[in-house]
Design a protein. Structure first.
Length: 480
């Protein structure tokens, strides 16, 4: 007999306005995909699920054939769609991979999800998907889904109860007003829950994902979902930020991306995440526990400390009934400078958003992206191979993304660098050197030029680069 888990709704009622609503459900399809991608140790997956996947299916995940099949169906999910009226640095489109995960959460079953695969990939991609499923899904079903199934109704009921008693509605309304968000109240928030049976596991780490109005939230069964309510609220804040009016988006971009303040770009890169952390992991969690959480609020130190530092300012604005404005933005710069005096010259922030330009004999960005993914938490990037004139112009016009040029013959790539950077030609005496990492300071951020012959040499350059304690004020060359 098939067990059907119903979808439960929590309406955030208001006597004077339409209610925001939250749809909470366990999603078998998105849980399976999280297990699959965690087993492959992909970015933005939970370390606890990675640990479980290695424990129950490590040999299967190390199979070269499986990795090839995963690469085949994933290759059709790397394309994106942009809406025509979007603000340049606030894209409102989506990647096919995001749509893939959205379909998974919105589907009532694996069968329902798989009926829709042809929307996103051709038959050869679908065939590769099923070859992977034949190996991995039975392990997932036995070790994750079936063992957690009986607890799903209770977990959802408790979640909705905690939302009600903690006045989730009031907090969402406060946050929406603060953000100046135009998120449509007719569109319910959706939470796709991913259970992780964590008995005997050590990690204790989960990582939620925001996909517009959908939040994918893994949770540890030993802790239940109350411990994840602040994470759910955090993810909703991303939707509110993305739902800001076009004028508000332009105001924020104009302020941070044209400011001459040393920390303007640094703050802009972390603003969305730091605000969501302050609201969800800070203030709403304080409401749940009666005190601020003394432990880390976020796994990235920049986000954790900026979120903590911004919270008093947010509380003041909400207390005064004000939405974030230019005075708020100015104060975030002062706070960030006190919190991270050297932040703009540290390595990590340069890799939040990346524009990857490839002029290499391998003709693909794939081997270089895999190294970058392992070394940095990159939230947004574009990759171009080969490099076209319009790619160069787009890179010059976008101060948010760090430009990274990867070449195998520096003489051929030098003309590209000269268009991106007007300054000293630091390679004039290096014509015989085929392995280097050049660092160029720009008006905001940095340009990196990496000339390397293969992936192994690239990894060696990466290790040398990461030894830098601070990025230089003047061009610098790192050689093997």
């Amino acid at each position: 007999m098939k067990l059907i888990i119903g979808i439960l709704f929590f309406s955030l009622m208001s006597s004077k306005a339409m209610a925001l609503s939250v749809e909470v459900k366990h999603s078998e399809a998105s849980s399976y995909l999280h297990f699959l991608f965690s087993g492959l140790k992909e970015p933005f997956t939970s370390r606890t699920m990675q640990e479980l996947a290695e424990k129950v299916a490590g040999k299967a995940f190390r199979s070269k054939k499986l990795k090839i099949d995963v690469e085949v169906f994933q290759s059709f999910l790397r394309h994106g769609y942009n809406f025509d009226d979007e603000v340049q640095n606030r894209p409102e489109g989506f990647w096919a991979e995001d749509a893939f995960l959205i379909l998974a959460v919105n589907s009532d079953s694996m069968e329902d999800f798989e009926k829709q695969l042809s929307i996103l990939m051709p038959y050869r991609g679908i065939s590769a998907y099923y070859r992977v499923k034949k190996v991995i899904y039975p392990i997932f079903k036995k070790t994750v889904w079936d063992v957690s199934l009986k607890n799903h109704p209770q977990q959802i009921a408790e979640t909705l109860k905690f939302m009600e008693t903690s006045q989730f509605s009031d907090w969402l309304k406060k946050a929406k007003a603060f953000y100046g968000s135009e998120y449509p109240e007719e569109v319910s928030f959706k939470v796709g829950l991913i259970p992780i049976p964590d008995k005997g596991l050590k990690s204790g780490h989960t990582l939620a994902t925001n996909l517009r109005d959908i939040q994918i939230v893994p949770y540890l069964e030993s802790r239940g979902l109350k411990r994840n309510l602040d994470v759910i609220f955090h993810e909703f804040c991303h939707a509110l930020y993305e739902g800001q009016s076009k004028d508000k988006m332009k105001e924020i971009d104009q302020f941070y991306l044209t400011s001459t303040h040393s920390h303007a770009l640094f703050v802009y890169r972390y603003l969305n995440e730091a605000l969501a952390t302050a609201w969800g992991n800070g203030w709403y969690r304080e409401k749940l526990d009666g005190k601020l959480n003394p432990r880390s609020w976020y796994s990235v130190d920049y986000v954790d400390k900026l979120g903590r530092a911004f919270l008093p300012l947010i509380k003041k604005y909400v207390g005064d009934g004000r939405a974030m404005d230019k005075a708020f933005y100015r104060e975030t710069l002062n706070i960030a400078k006190k919190t991270f005096p050297n932040g703009p010259k540290e390595i990590g922030p340069q890799f939040m958003a990346v524009q990857l330009l490839i002029d290499h004999k391998v003709g693909s960005s794939r081997p270089f992206k895999s190294v970058l993914k392992r070394n940095f938490r990159i939230q947004s990037w574009n990759a171009m191979a080969p490099i076209r004139d319009r790619d160069i112009e787009e890179t010059k016009a976008n101060p948010l993304k760090t430009a990274i040029v990867i070449s195998s013959d520096w003489k051929n790539a030098e003309s590209t660098i000269s268009k991106l950077y007007q300054g000293n030609k630091i390679l004039s005496k290096e014509s015989k050197d085929q392995e280097f990492w050049a660092i160029y300071p720009r008006d905001s951020g940095y340009l990196f030029w990496i000339n390397t012959q293969d992936k192994k040499s690239f990894e060696k350059l990466m290790r040398a680069f990461k030894k830098l304690k601070s990025l230089p004020n003047n061009p610098k060359l790192i050689k093997l």
